[in-house]
Design a protein around this ligand. Structure first.
Ligand code: ZN
Length: 337
């Protein structure tokens, strides 16, 4: 079990140093697009912590990871009737719908009280802002950009199926780079000072989110393998270092073959095994619990929210109670000043 005493019973107004880290290995299950202005995002970094050569890696920016996870959580909040399904009406300016549910319109008008608003934060012009209590960082592919992407030509043929008409070839041909399936991205999601219900809300979002990247018909799906949960009094290592440490280990095990995807099971075991040493040598935070391996599997299998709709409803209700309490104590007051 996860030590319940590590989580505060109420979200405090100021940082209190109760950190919980969700350590993941994200794996693309199909072709994916993580891009800006039509180009895949990449970074040139060292291959490993010990392997010194430089390498160009694919990257997934922070927002491209958290936004889909937030949206999955918000869908659940609507399903369980915590927030309204209605969009905010700029003329009526009603904060709640007819049934009395708060209208929380993403990036338009946040309700400032639901679990999504309180955990991930919001900013709404002059009317207020809440700092995020969930942190993430750019994620890096374990393998190099060269071997982890593929270029496709996207054709838009004529109705006859041909690419030319009356001898003229259509210009509707687009070249687009895609991230290959089975590309691995280690990633840490950090939460600070969340109650256990709000932490489980975030964890649940991560475990349920499947679609990341550009929203096109070719959108890629991804599996988030949970590797560990770490309870600590501070930040642990960065995604880049985690990726580099994994690269070193896999290289030593001869598990990286040029132009071949890495076996996900091999990577998962390696990542789990390197954690105790990495957490001790990187970060500097005191670790109070490292949940991984068979214990983590048992913990996941026992989560009520994953067992039944009633378990999920109980989680959503508890998370909402905690976010509402925070709203009443600190957000509402701030707004009244
Ligand atoms: Zn909200």
């Amino acid at each position: 079990m996860l030590n319940p005493k590590h989580f505060p019973t109420a979200v405090p107004p100021r940082p209190m140093g109760n950190y919980a880290h969700i350590i993941l290995l994200r794996e693309t299950d199909s072709y994916a697009l993580f891009q800006t202005d039509g180009e895949l995002n990449t970074a040139r970094v060292r291959a490993g912590l010990t392997e010194k050569e430089l390498m160009t890696r694919l990257t997934i920016f922070k927002r491209k990871q958290t936004t889909p996870e937030r949206l999955v959580g918000r869908e659940l909040l609507r399903r369980h009737e915590i927030i309204s399904g209605e969009a905010y009406d700029e003329k009526a300016k009603a904060p709640v719908d007819k049934a009395g549910h708060p209208i929380c319109d993403y990036n338009v008008r946040f309700c400032m009280q639901c679990p999504d608003c309180i955990t991930y934060g919001f900013a709404i012009g002059d009317s207020g802002a809440e700092k995020a209590k969930v942190f993430s960082d750019t994620a890096y592919s374990v393998t190099a950009y060269d071997t982890s992407h593929e270029s496709f030509t996207l054709n838009a043929p004529y109705e006859s199926g041909s690419m030319s008409r009356e001898g003229i070839v259509t210009s509707r041909i687009n070249e687009q780079d895609h991230v290959r399936p089975q590309t691995l991205f280690p990633a840490i999601i950090t939460t600070r000072d969340l109650t256990s219900a709000l932490f489980f809300y975030v964890l649940n979002n991560v475990l349920r989110t499947r679609r990341y990247g550009a929203q096109t018909t070719r959108t890629g799906t991804m599996t988030n393998h949970l590797v560990a949960i770490v309870l600590a009094d501070g930040e642990v290592c960065s995604n880049l270092r985690l990726t580099q440490a994994l690269f070193d280990t896999l290289k030593q095990q001869d598990a990286i073959a040029p132009a071949q995807p890495i076996d996900p099971q091999t990577a998962l075991s390696a990542l789990s095994e390197l954690l105790p040493t990495l957490l001790e040598t990187q970060g500097g935070a005191q670790i109070s619990q490292l949940l991984r391996g068979p214990e983590l599997a048992g913990f996941l299998a026992d989560l009520p929210m994953r067992k039944s709709e009633a378990g999920m409803h109980a989680l959503i209700t508890a998370a909402t109670r905690d976010s509402n309490a925070y709203h009443q104590a600190y957000v509402q007051k701030k707004g009244k000043k």
